[in-house]
Ligand binder design. Structure first.
Ligand code: ZN
Length: 182
């Protein structure tokens, strides 16, 4: 088994900006701890970031402008300290796989299991899980490093991931223990 951590949309606009989410802000400390552990353990960290084209992208009609490519709002939140050995996959739809090179990157890294984190459990995380599952990856969710606008959306999201993709639900401490790092 070879894992990678996918960090979905932990960007300024999703946490503190245009689509501000207090529950997203609340998962930052655990997410940061998880990513530090992954880097120490040599588990690849892949940021899957909305990078929308203003006036073009379909999704902006529903959500309004957010994470426009090249703006501050589209940058990874500073607390997660994006570093040189991390990978960044820009995306223009909910799923981190849709018309991106994520599948190619995972294949070349030899990854067969994706650990999902980030926002939102029932939307971009769910759509990313769908494609991961359909492409043959095992899906793991770090439940304290993902969230949604509401508890209801989060609970529904987790339930759906388990029922539909057989997702394994774990948490930061469980993964750090598995990796043998603190
Ligand atoms: Zn978007």
């Amino acid at each position: 088994m070879k894992q990678a951590v996918l960090v979905v949309d932990m960007l300024n606009d999703f946490v503190t900006g245009a689509l501000k989410c207090d529950r997203g802000l609340a998962i930052v400390p655990q997410t940061s701890k998880l990513l530090e552990g992954a880097r120490k353990a040599g588990v690849p960290v892949i940021f899957c970031n909305d990078a929308h084209l203003k006036g073009i992208d379909h999704e902006l009609k529903l959500w309004g402008d957010h994470a426009i490519a090249g703006t501050k709002g589209a940058e990874v939140i500073p607390e997660l300290r994006l570093c040189e050995k991390d990978y960044v996959v820009p995306k223009r739809r909910y799923s981190a796989f849709f018309r991106t090179d994520l599948d190619l990157l995972l294949k070349e890294l030899g990854v067969d299991t994706v650990i999902l984190t980030g926002l939102h459990t029932h939307m971009c995380v769910r759509h990313t899980a769908a494609d991961a599952y359909q492409l043959g990856y095992d899906v793991v969710v770090a439940k304290d490093a993902t969230d949604s606008f509401t508890q209801e959306d989060y609970d529904y999201g987790i339930k759906y991931l388990v029922a539909t993709y057989g997702a394994t639900i774990t948490d930061t401490d469980g993964l750090l223990k598995e990796w043998g790092v603190k």
